[in-house]
Design a protein around this ligand. Structure first.
Ligand code: FDA
Length: 396
């Protein structure tokens, strides 16, 4: 055998798995298609890497089995992530909503933690090594990859597939794990881009495009869930954290509801204004909450130039509906080129939640994004990647 285990993918999960295996005295070889390890870590959080979330629990994950992550999250907690990075000189700083970023360091330093520990333990990371075949034998695996036009074949008793999901193909994302699963009769939960901007086309396109660059604090919801964060108008539709969050729950053809003034009641505000200063124009009142550009754009729907005292009952109803129940029917999403994660993946019912070993193929483990485990925006996906890497290492 060439190593105690072979790990396919030097991403967040594969790197954590290699390091944890090192602590346990197990020698691994990590095979990475790209020319460097941790490519997605490097671009994460705008290069700053939102490496965990203080509030991470099973509740912020989408999966056909919402309980699946619980065992891994008990074995490797958020506190474990925080103290792991602290040990290697990375202190966490909360940006917002529990999102932890390295305080005075960045994503490069996060990757360097893993590469330097791997070096210390003699864990080999082979880059430019795209695995193209796995043969399964009774008690071992043959793993093949191409290097400089030659096929290299390695053997191992334990194999880890941590080759990630479909987002950002130009950075090396592949459907390797999904193809392997399909070929070997493992069920796959339908995949789709998630944490992805949404597009608007047709008659509304122009209205959204004119607001490109404007950001508004909103509550964005559908029948399932609501998120309170900023939305960002772009020349092709909507982005920003609240939109990325709802995109993971959005299905094509569905309308989303945007409350443009959460935590306020626009009718109560108008009522108050009518009592104290009825001559205030509707535009003046709305401009207290929005940019001039956004306020003016609302003129397509609302009688902005009317004094608030002159508004009719029908107009008040229209204002309340527009401000608190702004309906948007996205045409689609920006696809895997712009998605942060993939929804769906290898069905968790094929995998033991305690060990992450494949039930049908002993000694084969899956971790990270290739599985049907999708976190919300905000450091949750890395928490899953670290936790799954840790759990697998305990079982190699
Ligand atoms: P990951 O994609 O990290 O690694 C898989 C590796 O396998 C890749 O390096 C790939 O090249 C390699 N590979 C694929 N096929 C192979 C093959 N056949 N042979 C060998 N290697 C192969 N999350 C978060 O929590 N906080 C954040 O701030 C962000 N920010 C962010 C920004 C952007 C732009 C994106 C696209 C994503 C994020 N994410 C994030 C999500 C996060 O990056 C993602 O959830 C994890 O990287 C998933 O870790 P994995 O190890 O599963 O896959």
């Amino acid at each position: 055998m060439d190593a105690d285990a072979i790990i396919i993918g030097a991403g967040a999960c594969g790197l954590m798995c290699a390091v944890q295996a090192g602590y346990l005295g197990k020698q691994v070889i990590v095979l990475e298609k790209s020319d460097k390890p941790g490519a997605k870590i490097l671009i994460s959080g705008g290069g700053r890497c939102n490496y965990t979330n203080q509030f991470a629990s099973a509740e912020q994950f989408i999966s056909a089995n919402p309980h699946f992550v619980k065992s891994a999250f008990t074995q490797w907690t958020v506190e474990d992530t925080i103290s792991f990075f602290e040990t290697y000189g990375i202190q966490g700083k909360e940006k917002t909503l529990g999102q932890l970023f390295p305080d005075d360091k960045n994503a490069k330093d996060v990757v360097a933690v893993f590469t330097s520990i791997c070096e210390d333990f003699g864990q080999e990371i082979r880059c430019n090594a795209a695995v193209n075949n796995i043969e399964i034998f009774d008690d071992y695996f043959k793993v093949s990859y191409e290097k400089n036009g030659k096929t290299v074949v390695l053997t191992t008793e334990k194999l880890v597939i941590a080759s990630g999901g479909l987002p950002i193909p130009k950075m090396g994302a592949t459907d390797f794990a999904l193809r392997f699963a399909r070929k070997n009769g493992l069920n796959i939960i339908e995949t789709a881009p998630a944490l992805v901007p949404l597009t608007i086309t047709g008659k509304d396109e122009e209205w959204f495009a004119q607001l490109s660059g404007n950001s508004v604090f909103c509550e964005v919801s559908n029948d399932e869930i609501a998120f309170e964060e900023n939305i960002l108008f772009t020349h092709w539709g909507l982005s920003g954290p609240a939109i990325l969050q709802i995109s993971s729950f959005w299905r094509r053809g569905e309308t989303i509801n945007i409350n443009l003034l959460p935590n306020h009641d626009v009718l109560a505000l108008l009522e108050e204004e009518r009592k104290t200063n009825g001559k205030t124009l509707l535009s003046t009142l709305l401009h207290r909450f929005y940019t001039r550009k956004f306020t003016d754009a609302l003129g397509k729907f609302l009688p902005l130039t009317k004094p608030v005292a002159a508004l009719t009952k029908a107009e008040l109803d229209l204002i309340a509906a527009t401000i608190h129940h702004f309906k948007v029917k996205p045409a689609g999403d920006k696809g895997y080129d712009k998605a942060e994660v993939m929804r769906g993946g290898i069905d968790t019912s094929e995998i033991s939640s305690k060990t992450l070993e494949c039930k049908k193929i002993p000694n084969l483990f899956f971790g990270g994004e290739c599985m049907d485990v999708t976190g919300w925006l905000g450091g949750y996906n890395f928490q899953w990647a670290w936790a799954s890497g840790f759990v697998i290492a305990q079982n190699l």
